[in-house]
Design a binder for this molecule. Structure first.
Ligand code: SAJ
Length: 399
C-alpha cells in the first residue's frame, strides 16, 4: 500500500492516478476539512479530467484520512515555500511530514519526496532525522496546472535514490501509470534538475518581458518581432506577460539565488525582471489613462485573478501582486473580475462578466481565459490594455 502525504495540487492527482491504476492507496492530509470534502465525494480544486479520475480512484477503493498509515511506501508532496528574505528553501513542511512518517513507519520503509527542494536539501535537512533504515527517494513532480492529468500520464520523470535497487523499486510504482520515460539518478541530481527546469522557463520568460520593455521604450512591436525571430530554426522566444505567478516558476529559481548568491547572477536578474512586471503594468495603466484623459481609477477593471489561464489557482498571481503594489502606492479602487474565482477574495470584485464590463471604461486583460477570447466583441468601445496580445481589435494597447 502507498500512503500519499499531502493532498494538494500534486498529491491529490498523484494519489488518484496510482489508485486508478491498481495500486492500493491511502491519502493523508492534516487538514480535516479537506479530508472531509474528499470523503464526501468532492474534489478540492478544478482541473481538467480530475473529477473523472477521482471517481475512478474512489471506485478502485482509495480512502482519505488525517492519519498516517503503517505501510512500506510513502509519497510526500507538501509545500516548500521560500524564505522571502534569504530566498532559501524552507523545508519545514517536508521535515515535519518526514518526522510524522517516521513515527509510524516500519523499519526499511521507502519515503519518496515529490515536493520541490533545492539541491542538497534532503542531505542537509531530511537525512539527519532519518532512522530505522528508512530509504529516502526524491521523485520531483513535473505536471502543469491546467493539463495535470494528461501530463501525469505522459511526462517523463526523474527518480533520485541512494542505490539502484531502491530507485528501480520506486520506478516500478510510478510505472503503474506513467507512460513516459523514467530516469533513475542520484538524489542531488534529481533535486537540481527540478529547480533547473523551472529556472530555465523563468529566465526565458524574463527575456521576453525585457524585450517587451525595450520595444515599448522605442515604439517597436514586440509580438511581431518575436514572431519573426521564432521563424529562425534555433530561436524560440516565449511570450511577455503581466508577470509570473504560480508556486513554481515564481518561486523555485529563488532557491538557487538563495543558495548561490554570488554565482546565480542571470537568474537573480531574471527573477527581478519578472517580479517587476505587475508594476510595469500599473505604470502602463497610468500612462494610458493620462493619454485618454481618464481620471477615475474606479472605472478601470482588471480581467483575471488567477496566475494563468483556465485554472482557479491564484497563488502568487500577477493580479494580486499588482493590487498589492497599488495599495503600497496608497491607491485603491481598481475593479476586478475572474470567472474562475467565485469567492470574494479582493475588494471591488465582480462575479459576472457583463456587470463587470458595465462598471468600467477601461479593461486590463491580465489573464487570457478562454471566456474573454470568446467574448472579445464585448470589449468594443472600451479602452483595452491587452497584456497577452489576444484581443484583435483596433486601438488595443499592449504592455
Ligand atoms: N508565462 C509567461 N510567458 C510565457 C509562459 C508563461 O509570462 O510565455 C507565465 C504564466 O502566465 C504564469 C507563469 O508564467 O504566470 C508560469 O506558468 P507556466 O504555465 O509556464 O508554468 P506553471 O508554473 O503552471 O508550471 C510549471 C511547469 N514547469 C515548466 O514548464 C518548466 C510544470 O511542468 C511544473 O510541474 C510546475 O511549474 C512545478 O510544479 O514546478
Amino acid at each position: 500500500m502507498v500512503n500519499v502525504i499531502g493532498l494538494g495540487y500534486i498529491g491529490l492527482p498523484t494519489a488518484l492516478m496510482l489508485a486508478s491504476h491498481g495500486v492500493e492507496v491511502v491519502g493523508t492530509d492534516y487538514n480535516k476539512e479537506l479530508v472531509d470534502t474528499l470523503n464526501a465525494g468532492h474534489t478540492t480544486f478544478k482541473e481538467k479530467g480530475l473529477d473523472e479520475l477521482f471517481d475512478a480512484a474512489v471506485n478502485a477503493g482509495i480512502t482519505f484520512t488525517t492519519q498516517y498509515m503503517v505501510t512500506d511506501t510513502y509519497i510526500v508532496s507538501v509545500p516548500t515555500p521560500y524564505d522571502k528574505f534569504s530566498k532559501k528553501v524552507d523545508a519545514k513542511y517536508v521535515v515535519a511530514a518526514v518526522k510524522d512518517v517516521l513515527a509510524v513507519c516500519p523499519e526499511g520503509a521507502t519515503l519518496v519526496i515529490e515536493s520541490t527542494v533545492s539541491p542538497g536539501t534532503i542531505e542537509k535537512f531530511v537525512r539527519p532525522v532519518l532512522a530505522k533504515g528508512v530509504k529516502i527517494v526524491h521523485a520531483p513532480e513535473r505536471i502543469i496546472p491546467g493539463n495535470m492529468v494528461y501530463e501525469l500520464l505522459h511526462n517523463n520523470r526523474t527518480i533520485g535514490a541512494d542505490d539502484r535497487a531502491t530507485g528501480e523499486a520506486v520506478k516500478k510504482i510510478y510505472s503503474s501509470f506513467c507512460e513516459g520515460e523514467i530516469v533513475v539518478t542520484d538524489i542531488k541530481t534529481a533535486e537540481m534538475t527540478k529547480v533547473v527546469e523551472n529556472t530555465y522557463r523563468a529566465v526565458n520568460i524574463a527575456f521576453a518581458n525585457e524585450l517587451a520593455k525595450i520595444c515599448r521604450h522605442d515604439g517597436m512591436d514586440v509580438y511581431e518581432i518575436i514572431k519573426i525571430c521564432n521563424m529562425h530554426p534555433r530561436v524560440n522566444i516565449l511570450q511577455p506577460g503581466p508577470g509570473v505567478g504560480g508556486h513554481c516558476i515564481s518561486v523555485d529559481p529563488w532557491f538557487l539565488v538563495g543558495d548561490y548568491p554570488s554565482l546565480a547572477k542571470v537568474i537573480d536578474e531574471a527573477m527581478r525582471t519578472n517580479d517587476a512586471m505587475p508594476d510595469f503594468v500599473l505604470n502602463r495603466i497610468y500612462e494610458i489613462m493620462k493619454e485618454k484623459g481618464m481620471t477615475d481609477i474606479t472605472r478601470v477593471g482588471l480581467y483575471g485573478l488567477t496566475y494563468k489561464e483556465n485554472v482557479d489557482d491564484m497563488r502568487e498571481s500577477p493580479t494580486l501582486q499588482l493590487l498589492e503594489s497599488q495599495e503600497r502606492h496608497l491607491a485603491t479602487g481598481l475593479k476586478v473580475y475572474d470567472p474562475f474565482i467565485t469567492a470574494d477574495v479582493v475588494a471591488n470584485q465582480y462575479h459576472n462578466l457583463d456587470e463587470f464590463l458595465n462598471a468600467v471604461d477601461m479593461v486590463v486583460v491580465m489573464v487570457k481565459h478562454n471566456e474573454i477570447k470568446e467574448n472579445a466583441e464585448k470589449l468594443a468601445g472600451k479602452v483595452v490594455l491587452d497584456c497577452h496580445n489576444i484581443i484583435d481589435q483596433p486601438g488595443v494597447y499592449h504592455i
